[in-house]
Design a protein around this ligand. Structure first.
Ligand code: KIV
Ligand code: ZN
Length: 511
């Protein structure tokens, strides 16, 4: 069987989703988990986007030893130098450089002729090779590019030293048959095609990112670029968990194998969802809450008699029910620290660990069984990782009674200084947000409010996502608590803290 390289771009393409930006610590946490899951290549970001992105890639490259760590770079010397510097500490580092090759992108976005694009691509690869041996080249919008031109540019970049060549469906335009055909044709027509690994990178605008990626694999692609939960620009990227399980469950059709430890998939999904504030829909394949739930009596009966009547993979093989019960009320600080370590969570300072442990004890008092998911939610709390903390919830009360107007009263710390506010509203959450706005005056537009339970049961923590938009910036705030009104207040403040961290980022695929 051929080896299929899993290239995870959750922290780069996934981070291009509205409001999904991640801090350095969050990227290190995700990077460590992806390493544990045995992902081959981790694209940790786009180093030229901002100083924060550069530092995050550098930190991931320092922390991760078993996977290749990669930075994206436009085909420009400045970007490539930054990417090279960011991946310097990596045990294995890759520079991924790209330029658009479709007529529409070359003419309207780049304002370059095809000849200029070809020269820029070759120069970029040659320069990147002076910084690392492992260079990948992507022809952005390859699916809408002219085949003759694609053949020329891929031949030239392979000759210049690209070891991986990527054929992205940047706008999610292809269908499986067409993408398979494009790969077969490229592999046949590019004279030095056998000197590089061919990679697929599909977006989900028509809901076919996974199907297209699988068709590319059947046609000879040996690297697949994908993200946890299918997070990514617009409709997202191909989902890692679906691809990994598809080639595993249907090995009779694909003849490739990955080195992924699939039992880590569910934890990865939960971690990414908590960090980015993108909840996973219940009917999502592999990682959705219903993925292994059988509702109809006929199905339940069948599964009880023989699991394979209705299940093509085992829930525990992708991490369901594995090691879920973690700690209890009587667990001590060292057991707590050990479990965090096992989950890939490293709290930088003693004070963060102390705050986290205090919060854990408070939670254990309310909810006697603490699961891994609770710990992920807990360390995402502002008070535990206060890198961008401006506002913090000190205390609150909310009152609801039939026939009475819901009311909320809060005390928050604004740069350490306590402030009080109160308001009434349509419900306790509305009253809470109105009270906060009455003193913080963000005037941000609330674009999304959602609540999900972190574990099962009515004593579960509720995880609230609040998406705020202001002056073109979008942020997702997340907060967790066994009380969803308190979780809502935390999420709102978390979003405002992110908004206040004036961190301007460049989108690699913008103008
Ligand atoms: O979708 C795309 O084309 C990309 C490239 C930068 C690989 O994300
Ligand atoms: Zn992409």
């Amino acid at each position: 069987m051929d080896k299929l390289i899993i290239f995870d771009t959750t922290m780069r393409d996934g981070e291009q989703s509205p409001g999904a930006s991640m801090t350095k610590e969050e990227k290190v946490r995700i990077g460590k988990h992806l390493e544990k899951m045995r992902v081959d290549v981790i694209e940790a970001g786009f180093a030229a986007a901002s100083q924060g992105d550069f530092e995050a890639i550098h930190a991931v490259a320092t922390a991760v030893r078993e996977s290749t760590v990669c930075s994206l770079a436009r085909a420009q010397a400045g970007d490539i130098q930054k990417a090279g510097d960011a991946i310097k500490p990596a045990a294995q580092g890759r520079i991924h450089t790209f330029i658009a090759t479709s007529p529409i992108h070359m003419q309207h976005k780049l304002r370059m002729t095809p000849e200029q694009v070809l020269v820029a691509a070759v120069d970029a690869v040659k320069f990147a090779r002076t910084l690392t041996d492992d260079v990948e080249f992507s022809a952005e919008d390859a699916v809408r590019s002219d085949m003759d031109f694609l053949c020329r540019i891929f031949e030239a970049v392979i000759k210049a030293g690209a070891k991986t060549v990527n054929v992205p469906d940047t706008v999610g335009y292809s269908i499986p048959e067409a993408l398979g055909e494009r790969f077969r044709s490229l592999l046949q027509r590019v004279p030095n095609a056998d000197k590089a690994i061919w990679s697929t990178h599909c977006h989900d605008d028509l809901g076919m990112a996974v199907a297209n990626s699988l068709a590319a694999i059947q046609a000879g692609a040996r690297q697949v670029e994908c993200t946890i939960n299918g997070l990514g620009e617009r409709a997202g990227n191909a989902s890692l968990e679906e691809i990994v399980m598809a080639v595993r469950v249907r090995k009779d059709l694909f003849n490739v194998e990955t080195r992924i430890d699939a039992t880590q998939i569910l934890a990865a999904s939960r971690m990414v969802s908590t960090i980015t504030g993108y909840p996973v829909q219940p009917n999502k394949a592999v990682v959705g809450a219903n993925a292994f739930a059988h509702e109809s009596g006929i199905h339940q009966d069948g599964v009880l008699k023989n699991r394979e009547t209705y299940e093509i993979m085992r829930a525990q093989d992708v991490g369901w029910n594995a090691n879920r019960l973690t700690l209890g009320k009587l667990s001590g600080r060292s057991a707590f620290k050990v479990r965090l370590g096992e989950l890939g969570i490293v709290l930088e300072s003693e004070s963060s660990l102390n705050t986290a442990f205090k919060k854990f004890k408070e939670l254990a008092d309310k909810k006697h069984e603490i699961f891994d998911e609770d710990l992920h939610a807990l360390v995402s709390d502002e008070a535990v990782t206060p890198e961008i903390e401006q506002y913090r919830l000190v205390s609150m009360m909310a009152h609801v009674e039939t026939g009475e107007e819901p009311y909320a009263k809060l005390t928050i710390a604004d740069h350490g200084q306590e402030k009080k506010c109160e308001a009434t509203g349509a419900g306790p959450v509305d009253a809470t947000f109105k009270a906060l706005e009455s003193i913080l005056h963000s005037h941000a537009e609330l674009q999304l409010y959602s609540v999900n339970n972190v574990t099962e049961g009515t004593d579960s923590q509720g995880e609230v996502t609040v998406r705020l938009a202001k002056e073109g910036r979008i942020v997702n705030g997340v907060g967790a608590d066994t009380d969803i009104v308190i979780a809502s207040a935390k999420a709102y403040l978390n979003a405002l803290n992110k908004m206040a961290a004036k961190h301007q980022r460049l989108n690699p695929q913008g103008d």
